[in-house]
Every structure is written in C-alpha cells, then in structure tokens.
Design a protein around this ligand. Sequence first.
Ligand SMILES: *[C@@H]1O[C@H](CO)[C@@H](O)[C@H](O)[C@H]1NC(C)=O
Ligand SMILES: *[C@@H]1O[C@H](CO)[C@@H](O)[C@H](O)[C@H]1NC(C)=O
Length: 311
Amino acid sequence: MLWLTPTFILLPLCAHAITPLPIKLLFQTADGSALENLAVRSSSELLITSTASPTLLTFDPAAKNPTFTDVVTFPNANGLLGIGEIRPDVFAVVASEINVTSLSTAPGSVFIWTVDFTVGAAPKATRAASIPKAGLANGLSAVPGNPDVVLVADSTLGLTWEANVRTGAVRVFLQDEAMTPIGTSGPAPALGINGLHVRDGELFFTNTQRRTFSRVAPSGGAVQQLGTGEFDDFTLDEEGRAWLATSLPTSPGGLTLIDPLTNEERIVVNTTLNAPSSAAFGRVGALETETLFITTKAGQLVSVDTSAEGV
Ligand SMILES: *[C@@H]1O[C@H](CO)[C@@H](O)[C@H](O)[C@H]1NC(C)=O
Ligand SMILES: *[C@@H]1O[C@H](CO)[C@@H](O)[C@H](O)[C@H]1NC(C)=O
C-alpha cells in the first residue's frame, strides 16, 4: 500500500538470525515508480497496479523475457490501488486522483472499475461504482460467494466501504477503532486499515499506523488482533496463514508469516525486500502455488520461493 517514497535499494542476502526464503527479482520499473498491488489470473499472468500511473499492467512470469505490458488506462485518475478477482477472470480495481504527499484522494475521484477478461481478446473495463466520500480508498477485497460486492479499505477515514459493482450502491460496511489511524499527531504516515481480505466469512486486515493484523466477523463481534508489525497488504495461503508485506525497523523491508490458528508470528524474509507493498501466490501447478509474488514501492516485482517454509 501507499506511503512514503522509499529510497532503499534491493540488498543482497546476508547472514540472518533466520534462514530466509529464496527471493528473485523479476522486474524493476525503469524510473523506480512505486508498485502498489497485484492479482494473479488463472492463466498465471499477474495484474499489477501503481499509485504513479492510471494504467493497469500485466506481467507473465512464464514468458521468456517477461516485461510489463499495458492492459487498460482508466480516465480521470493518476493512480491505481487495490485489485481483486470478483468472478473467474473478472477483476475489480480502485482508480483515483491520489495525492501521495497529503495521502488523500481528490473528492469525487474514487471509482471502482471492473476489468473483464472473459469477453474476448481485449478486456472490457466498466466504471462500476463511485465512492465520493472516500478519504483514501486503498486495499480491495473480493467477497467469496458474492461476486456483486467488493470491500475497500479507507486508510484515512479508518473504515471499510462496501461497493456493489452491479448496482453501483456504496455504503459503510464496517467501522471500528481498530481500522482508524492513531491520529494526525501520530508519526507519518497516518494510515489506518490498509490491506484487507475476506476468507471463510471473516475479514482480515492490517492497520499500518497501529502496527496490527486483525480479524473480525463482518456480522459483528469484537476485532481480534493476530499479529504486530508495520504491515501493508498481505495474502492468505491455502492453510489460512497470512503472508504480510512488512516494513522492518532495521532494513528496507521483509515478509512476516502469521498463523491465525496459533498466533505464531515470524519474519520469513528479512531485510531483502525494498519497501514491499503487496503479495499474491501463483496459481498454476505445484511450483507456482508455492511462489509468492511481491510488489514493492521501489518499483520491483519479486518472487519468493515459499516451498522451504514447510507449506
Ligand atoms: C533481521 O535482520 C536484522 C538486521 O540484520 C537483524 O537485526 C534481525 O535480528 C533479523 N531478524 C530476524 C528475525 O532474523
Ligand atoms: C498534495 O498535497 C500537498 C500537501 O497537502 C499540497 O501541498 C499539494 O498542493 C497537493 N497537490 C495537488 C496536486 O493537489
């Protein structure tokens, strides 16, 4: 997710207290412009967003010399944030006029678009909903079992929006102190809820400024904190464990693994990720499903081989 401009470079692996998982740099944007979020198509191609561009990008990790290719450019926007698959090969994405200095989106500029890859050679982009009162619309989650709606994290208002991509209806879905930033007096960036994902009827989310990873049953009930760290977006594996893009105090960044069943939390990639923003597993074949793709705010696409993690 979105925050301060990183100045780090990708560091080589060096001796750590942990045995770090192997990582590989797949692509680096020419100008270092920030990569924000990603989703994986069933074809195994990645869809990638950048806060610095209104163009959705694709990258095929199976190609010989893979590079970033434009998919679609959204009008009246300067950047893209969360992305998620709502139906097979149909994705929803947040587009807006972002001010990365004030960490806000221009009033009335936040739209949820759907991008449908099932309709032919060229995907069809549709403006599906608008969130006129958004502060900073950030992460996006599909809702398994309900392809009509997406949940969108609002990092500065500290709440979750629900947007219906069929009717365009938008409402506040959930508001909780665990989603708010600590306050304007706190250390920058004042980002509350950042990444969010629905799994098995529960909403998992990070709060960057509060340094928390939590879950809540959307039907009500208390928020349960599962982990601590300066987290951005994350993904859940088949076992329900969370892999979180993490800002580390002593390094450019890493990856934290949290098991919500046991609350066990450990850093599995230490120091070698350059301001990671989001993570998503590959989808095709045994090898790829153990490959975690990571975007970074320094414009890198990195793969992590998680097979050594006893998956
Ligand atoms: C990560 O690396 C930092 C800096 O080298 C080190 O201080 C820290 O102990 C390491 N953490 C783990 C969990 O290995
Ligand atoms: C972005 O926000 C900063 C800080 O509030 C402000 O000075 C600047 O004018 C804004 N930029 C635009 C393009 O609105």
